[in-house]
Design a protein around this ligand. Structure first.
Ligand code: ZN
Length: 348
């Protein structure tokens, strides 16, 4: 269709409006909390969490988080697309209650609404929320700004002042993770981003060092489960440090805090990094706008992205609910998973 050459997907504030509409739609079906309110010069922006499923605090949990980087709007849209489908399923799918009975399910569609409103990667204070946690990477040159710096909020990847607490958005996210994911029998989280590479990657900790993280055996077991269940899946599952290291990674920080607080709970925080270079390669003109660097702007590619990851979200919910089938193993098998992970991801 010729018009697809000029027609573009419009990104902007309607995601925040859509979240408000979903809030109304889910009344009576979900526990909806305001985790924090971000004040900008013109408006107050709530950060909402939606909870479904079991009320048993010992039940396994899974959370989906989007919009930590305000420019990466497609991550929020993938979650909203899933929630729209989920709202329909709640009305007619008679198999869904049995699944929800087994798992606690959480969604935070937009964790940085101020950044999304301002069309900025950072929050309204100019701080990159994924460089803002109190954790220092090893082996990074001070000139590698992408890894986080304290030079100025005018330069992307700004960590914030060393003497200050984490930003309000991260404090809210930390409270949420501690409250909902530090306890129970098993916890999984998927944080949606876009912008790196030609393919869709699922990153796990660490970002601050190339050493294996404490949940490496469970993560290798999850990779094998995904490979067996969906042999034609599109994802590369890897530690983030395999590509680059960064200071202040929020999920590295949460991972270390969780090990200290509740060491027996397996907590696996994953990031889905949608490969935006593939969209740019097919439509180089979109490089002319900041949103175009991080989001698909041609309508058919946008629609494809919204449906492409739905099975991954379903898989992770099912895997959490049934974690005893694949994430509980003998010391001997744990050792073999660790060796396999060492060979695949950490041999350097
Ligand atoms: Zn991001």
């Amino acid at each position: 269709m010729a018009s697809s050459q000029i027609q573009k997907v419009i990104y902007g504030t309607h995601e925040l409006t859509q979240i408000e509409e979903l809030k109304k739609k889910f009344e009576g079906f979900a526990k909806i909390r305001t985790e924090a309110v971000v004040e900008t010069q013109k408006v107050s922006l709530p950060i909402y969490s939606f909870q479904f499923g079991s009320s048993d605090p010992q039940a396994p949990a899974i959370a989906f988080v989007g919009g930590i980087h305000g420019l990466e709007i497609i991550g929020t849209q993938v979650i909203l697309s899933y929630l729209e489908t989920f709202a329909e399923l709640l009305h007619w799918d008679e198999t869904l209650p049995a699944l929800l009975n087994k798992v606690r399910l959480y969604f935070i569609p937009c964790a940085n609404p101020g950044g999304m409103l301002l069309r900025s990667r950072a929050n309204p204070n100019g701080v990159d929320l994924m460089r803002n946690a109190p954790i220092q990477a090893t082996g990074i040159s001070p000139f590698f700004l992408i890894g986080g710096h304290r030079i100025s909020p005018r330069i992307p990847w700004y960590r914030g002042e060393k003497s200050q607490e984490m930003e309000l958005e991260n404090q809210a996210l930390e409270r949420f993770v501690r409250r909902e994911l530090f306890h129970g029998s098993f916890s999984l989280l998927l944080d949606l981003h876009s912008g790196f590479g030609n393919i869709d990657r699922i990153w796990f900790p660490y970002a601050h060092t190339s050493k294996p993280y404490p949940r490496i055996a469970e993560t290798m077991a999850l990779k094998k489960l995904l490979d067996r269940t969906y042999p034609h899946h599109v994802y590369a599952l890897e530690p983030q440090a395999l590509h680059y290291r960064a200071h202040g990674d929020f999920w590295d920080y949460m991972c270390l805090e969780q090990i200290k607080a509740t060491p027996t709970v397996p907590f696996i925080p994953l990031c889905l990094e949608l490969g935006s270079w593939a969209w740019i390669r097919k439509n180089p003109r979109q490089l002319l706008s900041a949103l175009g660097v991080f989001n698909p702007v041609v309508p058919h590619r946008h629609a494809r992205t919204l449906r492409r990851h739905l099975y991954l979200l379903n898989f992770l919910i099912q895997a959490s609910a049934s974690h005893k089938k694949w994430a509980v193993f003998s010391q001997e098998y744990r050792r073999s998973l660790e060796l396999e992970a060492q060979t695949l991801w950490h041999s350097d």
